[in-house]
Design a protein around this ligand. Sequence first.
Ligand code: GLU
Length: 474
Amino acid sequence: MIRTRFAPSPTGYMHIGNLRTALYEYLIAKANNGKFILRIEDTDQERLVEGATDIIYKTLKMAGIQHDEGPDIGGEYGPYIQSQRKNDYLEYAKQLVEKGEAYYCFCDKDRLDSLKGDEGIAKYDRHCLSLSKEEIEQKLKDNVPFVIRQKIKEGKTTFIDEVYGEITVENEEMEDQILIKSDGLPTYNFANVIDDHLMDITHVVRGSEYLSSTPKYNLLYDAFGWDIPTYIHLPPVMKNQSEKLSKRNGDASFQDLIDKGYLPEAIVNYIVLLGWSPSDNQEIFTLDELIQKFDIKGLSKSPAIFDITKLTWVNSEYLKKMDFDAFFEMAEPILKECITKPYNIKKIAEYVKTRIGTINDIPSMVDFIEELPEYSTELYIHKKNKVDESICLDILQKSIPVFENLENWDNESIYNAIVSFANEIGMKNAAVLWPIRTALSGKPTSPCGASEMGELFGKDETLTRLKKGIEKLS
Ligand code: GLU
């Protein structure tokens, strides 16, 4: 059975690249009737951030990327927490010591510092590898602080990555890395191997920054005699050609995007495309469709550039498709904040639904409704409709009696009245609708047409705005 895991370190926010990793792991598992596991890698106590695990947990829940097992936390599966599995790791490290694949190291900080070269980097010189059994036992008895290091054997290590292909590393380039730290906790490098094995993980998906450590992990798997998982390393998500998307340059986390009004489903849909292409050109997918279509063959090793414009487009497609009641539930409080006059808020929601990128676009789109904004008469000039300020003035003046005499004040009646008025004065509908729309909105664009606005505002406000237009143009 295919088993994947998302193994984030709790650093306090969910980077888009991490969420993409989680999504791919989830899809690989689900596409193969497998299981997806969430494991919080918190053994680096110095990097721990309060509340970070909660953020990861909630983000995945919101994104619909649900894990399939874990400790019971009140009726649902919680994540596995690495620090709570502390004892296992030491036992495994001791097994490696027994096998001659790892060794105790008692070197203190001063000694290690003295090994550092000009660049401040030290490759451990294997000083403790030559300690005798008796010396080791004595130091352990004396409670001398120790770490356990992996003994990297000679030769070279080769493995296949599903995205990057075959990779070979000379073992002498690798350091005898620490497996167990002096606080008794495993390093990430050790814990992830043990956990991946104990959790029967078959596919490891993670950032390409781990490619260079993977040979060390493989040596550990070999030392234990365990199966090596399938590796899928992913290129970074970039802000542009040269900079990675990072916390510093904004929009890097799931939460940033939620705050900007993007829908969780749209974010998930967009990020699946950051480094993966389907065999056809489909771009909008439900999670179920993705489970059907996702295939690791579509993954690319070139870094993906995060394109907020594309995300906005994906989001607008989701908004268009969204059930109206669900949309209204989100939009209503925003609309009510912008519009206090007794206009038909539901109708306005219908108009904006198909025209916004995110719900955060609503305020600027409806800002002309409560009060007519100040505007320049240049707005009346429209080359394609062949109208300028003086033609618009004429149209508006002549339209006043049409509206004053109109008995049924609804969209259709208003529209029909404008059309017959256009006929009467021998002008195209568009040319007549333009100045009316402009006078009613005071903006170059609006979420609905002239007659819809007329219906919304009612007769009095419509006439007031048209007269205001006449005044401005006179
Ligand atoms: N804890 C690592 C991280 O957050 C995970 C790497 C892995 O998936 O093995 O980057």
